[in-house]
Design a protein around this ligand. Sequence first.
Ligand code: ATP
Length: 361
Amino acid sequence: MKTYDIVSIDGDGIGPEVCQAAIRVLRQACGEKRLNISPYPGGARHYQRSGQVLPEETYQACRQSDAILHGAAGMPGIVYPDGTEVGNDLHLQLRFKLDLFANVRPIRLYRGVRSTLADWQPGQIDYVIVRENTEGLYASRGAGTNLRGEVVTDTLVMTRKGVERVARFSFELARRRKGAPRDGKRRVTVCDKANILRSYAFFRAVCDEVAREFDDVEIDYAYADAITVHMLKRPDFYDVIVAENMFGDIISDLGAGTVGGLGIAPSGELGLDHGLFQGAHGSAPDIAGQDRASPLATILSAAMMLRWLGDRHADEALVQDAARIETAVETVLAQGMVVPADQGGSARCSEVTEAVCRLLG
Ligand code: ATP
């Protein structure tokens, strides 16, 4: 039986609670032997102690692992001299160094979760945002200019290679899905501002080129401002949305807001050789250390990790374990007895984790 080396990085704020919760669930779902989960340090607090947000030892372990599971990183007061937050550098560095170009953020309304949008039922909101993860505006991090405190710049960067691969990833993903809930059509929506900037016109043009390889998937376009309205008024139209880095960051939080919020939104950052999995939320310092965070986003990210590993290694048992975790989460939510605080209930992080584990037997 194949075993897998997983690096876990707890991080800051609620990171440790939700990461440990997901590890408990993974062990319950897969048994003790299939995953070798090794904890490594990193994050803003670690930077405070050691001067390193991503220690070399952690990076090397990530590079050699089969997958990485992360809680969350970042603390508001821990910043670089230029004012930017230190914690974000943990996953930003991993994104760039491990070339995790596709940030996959499923937006799915689960049974038992009340959408903030009136009248939408489970099954009607089920799409995936693919955020380009290594280029766009955020590629400029640490390289912008600040001229005498008067003029500042950050540059939006796109390459043909970068856009092509995230577009191809999105079309291939659409090919494996069942299509949009509204009409069953396999569809990739390109989210940009092609009407305003050359870079986004380029993004759209390259997506168009890639679309020609996929006769069975419809291409659709939406400007980044307009899509914020469409995502609220006709969420069932969407199947896969591909977006530049910053736009993807913003619209994936909006999407999460329509299906129960950040505490339930998973995320996987994928490259050709590596995968990093963490909830779509940050370190939520306001509720850290109080056993109040919802672990569901990280638990669902852990399920994504199993599915990704299972697909890569043709390991059907792992794919089934992923499905069992997702079903357990769905059942906990649908039963409505153990409801996390961010879903209007009062269940603690540990109680939600316990409920998911119990259902896994
Ligand atoms: P980042 O920029 O690193 O993504 P952020 O500043 O956007 O972080 P988050 O840390 O994601 O903010 O959290 C925003 C708010 O959402 C938190 O203050 C918290 O109240 C809520 N929140 C986030 N994650 C969870 C969770 N897992 N469970 C419950 N509430 C959460």
